[in-house]
Write a protein that binds this ligand. Structure first.
Ligand code: G3H
Ligand code: 13P
Ligand code: ZN
Length: 334
């Protein structure tokens, strides 16, 4: 594919967006996408709420959908937003959990406006070295770079961790200064997927039988903010795993016992701090799956994908709007 700058595609990087969000006490939504329906729902939600948005692509998404197609979809997203009436869309195309310099370079060369280099599983010094290399290349093209320090529990694409290792506040100044990264993903108790906590880490609501998760480590976040005042902080693994979606999935043949996420009031609290990017993927998967399962249970004779993907898209859009307006507070910020 011919080299192209994201600027020619109408995309923006995260620099100004993050500075505004940190100052304004809100967070930018970072929604993962793999399919056209997710892309459409994200753009519709962002335009209707007048919100900036980060559309992010994982290595898995690139493998599933094809990197070139996803890049053109992001370019299409900008044009679609304009068609929906947004004069100046603020859309970032971001690589989620980049695992090597080569993957980051390939994304930068094909029009991404932001990349994450996830060196969180590496020893501190190697993480710095790799991140610095990506930053040097990315900044030549005014592409912003997210780095990660501390390890989330669960599976981070290829980065597997048995348990969560919170980010060490005493390491962040050296890391940010030596790498020159533009934002930093930290570990304060969130994790990827729909099972963020084991039942033994939670208490159980006696009435509903639902798990109540432990709080995030806000003391660690506070200590990091103190070390790096105003520096953009990112939270991965921030789906709240809505229990109505889980219940719908389970009612219509699914099996997600004890799926549990991060309570929205904790994300609201985080969004008011230096946390200016909140990553949400699983909630979109849950909304889509719940809508499709319900649709098939109620319409067993239907087989046109538009019939069941239409309601799935609507459901995801509703969820994205809810996150933007009620959790992250990024509405009316264009
Ligand atoms: O951080 C993980 C994201 O949810 C992407 O997941 O690697 O299955 O696309 P994926
Ligand atoms: P969730 O699995 O909580 O949606 O996290 C997504 C994420 O962090 C993508 O990088
Ligand atoms: Zn992540």
């Amino acid at each position: 594919m011919k080299k192209v700058s994201y600027k020619e595609l109408g995309l923006v990087n995260t620099r100004k967006m993050f500075a505004k969000a940190v100052k304004g006490g809100y967070a930018i939504p970072a929604f993962n996408f793999n399919t056209m329906e997710q892309m459409q729902a994200i753009v519709q939600a962002a335009v209707e709420t007048k919100s900036p948005v980060i559309m992010q692509v994982s290595k898995g998404a690139r493998k599933y959908a094809n990197p070139t197609i996803l890049r053109y979809m992001a370019q299409g997203a900008v044009e679609y937003a304009k068609e929906l009436g947004c004069k100046k869309p603020q859309i970032v195309l971001h690589l989620d959990h980049g695992d090597s310099f080569e993957t980051c370079k390939s994304c930068i060369d094909m029009g991404f406006s932001s990349v994450m280099i996830d060196g969180s599983s590496l020893p501190f010094k190697d993480n710095i070295k790799l991140t610095k290399k990506v930053v040097a290349y990315a900044h030549k093209f005014d592409v912003t770079v997210e780095a990660e320090l501390g390890v989330l529990a669960g599976v981070e694409d290829e980065v597997a961790a048995e348990e969560s290792h919170y980010t060490k506040p005493e390491e962040v100044i050296e890391f940010a200064t030596k790498t020159g990264c533009d934002s930093l993903a930290i570990s304060i108790g969130t994790s990827h997927g729909a099972y963020k906590f084991k039942p033994e880490q939670c208490t159980r609501d006696k009435k509903t039988g639902k798990l109540i998760p432990p709080p995030l480590a806000f003391d660690v976040l506070k200590a990091i903010e103190k070390k790096l005042p105003g520096f953009p902080i990112v939270l991965h693994g921030s789906s709240s795993v809505p229990q109505d979606e889980v219940d719908t999935i389970n009612k219509f043949g699914g099996k997600l016992p004890d799926a549990v996420g991060i309570p929205e009031e904790q994300l609201r609290k985080a969004a008011k701090s230096a946390v200016c990017k909140i990553n949400i993927d699983s909630d979109s998967r849950l909304a889509m799956t719940a809508a499709v399962r319900k649709y098939f249970a109620e319409n067993p004779g239907h087989f046109d994908p538009r019939q069941y993907l239409g309601p799935a898209r609507e459901s995801m859009k509703k969820m994205y709007i809810h996150k933007i307006v009620k959790v992250l507070g990024s509405n009316n910020k264009l």
